[in-house]
Design a protein around this ligand. Sequence first.
Ligand SMILES: C[S@@+](CC[C@H](N)C(=O)[O-])C[C@H]1O[C@@H](n2cnc3c(N)ncnc32)[C@H](O)[C@@H]1O
Length: 375
Amino acid sequence: MTATIDNEKLQQFMGKVLSDFGGAASAILVYIGDKLGLYKAMSDFGKPITSQELANITQTSERYIREWLANQAAGGYLSYDSSSQRYTLPVEHAQALVNESSPAYAAGGFQVVMSLFRDEPKFLEVFKTGKGIAWGEHDKDLFQGTERFFKPGYTANLVSSWIPALDEGKVEQRLKQQQGAGLKVADIGCGHGISTILMAKAYPNSRFYGFDNHRASIEYARNKAREEGLGEDRIKFEVASSTNFPLAKEKGEDDDDDDDTHYDLIAFFDCLHDMEDPQGAAAHALKTLKKPDGVVMIVEPFANDKLEDNLNPIGRLFYAASTMVCIPASLSQNGPALGAQAGESGMSQVIKASGFKHFRRATQTPFNIIYEAKP
Ligand SMILES: C[S@@+](CC[C@H](N)C(=O)[O-])C[C@H]1O[C@@H](n2cnc3c(N)ncnc32)[C@H](O)[C@@H]1O
């Protein structure tokens, strides 16, 4: 029996395919616009621009720029005035494409996408073998792209709303305390250290320890902290795995398991689901946490519990990242591959099984859920 084709449905779907096809091809051109500073030059120019002017300013070839501008106007990224043949980058679009301090800044996302295109042969292979791909085995644009994509969200929310949401505001109060030794904070799976550095700058009286098992990220984070003027007395980055990162010991301190070497706050930013043993990582956090007041903060990509409730544009993006980055990261370490969309019930099971008595959703944004765990 042949199925009857509903032509209207087919046309609708073809519209979607065409839009995705054009979007995917244009993603490379958005990356190029970012990399060559084309959007920035248009924003700095401050008025409608011709292809020749943009090519002159950016020292690029006019013929390529003319075609790029037409693609960008067709996609609605730029507006075009046919009478003057000039193009404009609307100020709202500049927030997403140029303004690194805007919460809407999304240019890093296209850098992530470029890395995924380049890594396609690796994905094809693991779909067949079921093996994994370690974080460090990806194209290097993934690391910088992730930093640039996550940073605006962390800058807008971490100090102003995520930390204040922990333990009824007590964590923030203690971090801000000017007297005493301040708190000891560990950031596990810290990557390029953007969250660690943001917190260290906001709470100068506390001490921050960033751990990640990707050596190149740790070296990058150390340099970044130095550039930001943060000395080793404020922030330290070490290569360590989530299941055996050390206590907060200083050089010369003995190996006593005394409470002073335990952490007051342990954070996982968008990484617990990537790990080989999320439950083991949470159990190690519990072991290294100061009792009874220590708190664990787990920042995860936003996800509803049921798959059918994630079938929307954000879910689409996160399932894509999960397929190509999070699942292979965990499988590369023989992990359970929770995926980026584990949701609150998935996370709650992992955290409670690791020995924590309290687990709750502290707050959320459209892109993240912030969980809190306490002994
Ligand atoms: C998606 S990135 C997030 C990086 C950083 N937390 C951020 O928000 O920008 C995930 C990070 O987890 C790290 N990671 C994965 N498994 C790990 C493990 N078992 N121990 C320590 N770090 C791990 C990776 O190296 C990578 O830097």
